[in-house]
Design a protein around this ligand. Structure first.
Ligand SMILES: O=C(O)c1ccccc1NCC(=O)[C@H](O)[C@H](O)COP(=O)(O)O
Length: 226
């Protein structure tokens, strides 16, 4: 399973940042100034020294969200490689954020909500193919098909929605990250079933929120041939 891009999210400790890099993780995710009080959340003062540990061969990703001005200001201040727009941003807000970040050479990815009512609120339609088509005309780097949303942010092990992921991958011309309940035991099967090339994992490699389990992380990464 070579060629799979691995993002590990919810990093809070320097030792976990180092571990991810030793294991060859591609993207290191830091939940920063997220609009809800989740246990992975960092202040920008906490995030900065962790971001500075990320070597140029890896990418750093801020997971955040909210009003465009706030997201753009945060990214301008911390200068990560990527920003994951992961709250309730509309299409117009997503375009505003991704255009501004593009000018700063920062890649942006946007969650496509699993819940129909959230899709309607953010994009004015529930139709997944139509939403993906619109997002693929923007300056976003990629999309995220994630079962963890602002509405179930505190749950552990929210399972992956396979048909949702498969549908987005089928119609997207941009990279699609799949996320939700991926762990060392199910990762290969989920990749085969969805055809995904990009994965995002948080709680499936943790012993408790924000504490990565070195053995689980190592098994996940080595099962992908990293
Ligand atoms: O990280 C959070 O605190 C968070 C809160 C609300 C929505 C999403 C959040 N994280 C997004 C991620 O990128 C996670 O890596 C992704 O949801 C996968 O999580 P898991 O199912 O625990 O692997």
């Amino acid at each position: 399973m070579n060629g799979i891009t691995v993002k590990i999210c919810g990093l809070r400790r320097p030792s976990d940042v180092q571990l991810c890099q030793q294991l060859g993780v591609d993207i290191l995710g830091f939940v920063t100034e997220y609009p809800l009080p989740v246990p992975w959340n960092l202040s920008r003062q906490e995030a900065l020294p962790l971001l500075q540990l990320v070597r140029p061969v890896c990418r750093s990703c801020l997971v955040t969200g909210g009003p465009p001005e706030k997201v753009i200001e945060l990214a301008s201040s911390l200068r990560p490689s990527m920003v994951q727009i992961h709250y309730k941003e509309t299409l117009e807000e997503t375009i505003k954020i991704s255009d501004a970040l593009h000018k700063l050479n920062i890649q942006a990815i946007k969650i496509v909500p699993t819940q129909a009512e959230e899709r309607m609120a953010q994009f004015g339609t529930v139709d997944i193919a139509a939403i993906v088509a619109k997002l693929c005309t923007t300056s976003l780097y990629g999309l995220l098909a994630d079962s963890r949303t602002p509405d179930n942010a505190l749950q552990i092990g929210v399972p992956l929605n396979q048909s949702f992921c498969t549908e987005i991958i089928k119609v997207s011309s941009k990279p699609v990250f799949i996320a939700g309940g991926i762990n060392p035991e199910n990762v290969r099967l989920l990749l085969e079933q969805t055809g995904a090339k990009y994965i995002d994992v948080m709680t499936g490699v943790e012993s408790s929120p924000g504490i990565k389990d070195a053995e689980a992380l190592s098994r996940l990464v080595s099962s992908l041939g990293h």
